[in-house]
Design a protein around this ligand. Structure first.
Ligand code: SAM
Length: 267
């Protein structure tokens, strides 16, 4: 068994998670369409921070927008490059990829829309990290440009665990076929570090032959959660005006927990 417990957060996506990302992390309902529609509606180039393997970046390029992707993990970026390399030439030509950290980047140009899909903002694990990333975002926004992101607020999940603690046992979350044709069972367990507002997700990937597990790879993701008015304060501290907050990608009302889908504009 490969243990990922001592992996620093900067390397959580390298290796195991990059290997299974496209097959297992398939996104949230309506998410890719939501970001694509915003990109199409915006008049100029788009930047995606933490673009990963291109899951949401590729549909935006296919819809006709010019899009840049910034990504910290070399393994994720390699996969994105492979996927973009086989797109139609006119689509591939609309994409440029950059290795970098969303807390300290300078692409030397401005964007009409900056996106952080699939809870990427939650990889900013401290308030200082959040401010540094928002500083960079604001420096890269064109006048009137917008930033769109979603974060998950696990209030109800934490309340449930506090009032009804159970023995932590990883539960089977999904079974899928990986890129090499292997059958894989994913098991998952979520824990909390409330003092830091961290949600720690543990993953076990059992590679199966028939019903037998022949190998198990382990991975972990550490995410910082944020509450509604914390997000609103963060955005306003950086001169960003809230355009909309929804509880889902179909414009559902935000009810105080769960997904927060934010669009904010430079004032
Ligand atoms: C949840 S994945 C989202 C990937 C892609 N946007 C998608 O929707 O599938 C988060 C991505 O952000 C990247 N990431 C995390 N922290 C980062 C940082 N400080 N700078 C740049 N990328 C980062 C991770 O390596 C990972 O690929």
């Amino acid at each position: 068994m490969t243990i990922a417990e001592d992996l620093p957060p900067e390397h959580e996506y390298d290796g195991t998670l990059a290997r299974y990302y496209d097959a297992y992390f398939t996104g949230l309902d309506g998410e890719a369409e939501f970001y694509t529609n915003l990109a199409v509606a915006s008049s100029g180039p788009v930047l995606e921070l933490g673009c990963g393997t291109g899951r949401t970046l590729i549909p935006i390029a296919e819809a006709g927008s010019q899009i840049s992707g910034l990504e910290r993990s070399g393994s994720m970026l390699d996969r994105a490059r492979q996927r973009i390399g086989i797109l139609a030439p006119d689509v591939g030509a609309r994409v440029d990829l950059h290795s970098g950290d969303m807390r300290s980047f300078d692409l030397g140009r401005h964007f009409d829309l900056i996106t952080l899909p699939y809870r990427t903002f939650q990889h900013l694990l401290t308030v200082d990290d959040q401010h540094r990333a928002l500083d960079c975002i604001c420096r890269h926004l064109a006048p009137g440009g917008r930033v769109a992101l979603n974060v998950y607020d696990p209030l109800m999940d934490i309340s449930r665990l506090l009032t009804n603690p159970t023995d932590p046992e990883p539960a089977t979350d999904a079974e899928f076929t990986d890129g090499e044709g292997h059958r894989v069972r994913a098991r998952y367990l979520r824990g909390y570090d409330p003092a830091n507002q961290w949600m720690v997700q543990h993953f076990w990937f059992d590679q199966l032959e028939g019903k037998q597990t022949v190998e198990t790879l382990q991975a972990r993701l550490t995410l910082r959660y944020a509450f509604r008015f914390e997000m609103e304060h963060l955005l306003s501290r950086h001169g960003l005006r809230v355009v909309s907050l929804a509880g889902g990608f179909g414009g559902e009302a935000y009810e105080g927990w769960g997904e927060q889908v934010w669009v904010a504009a430079q004032t």
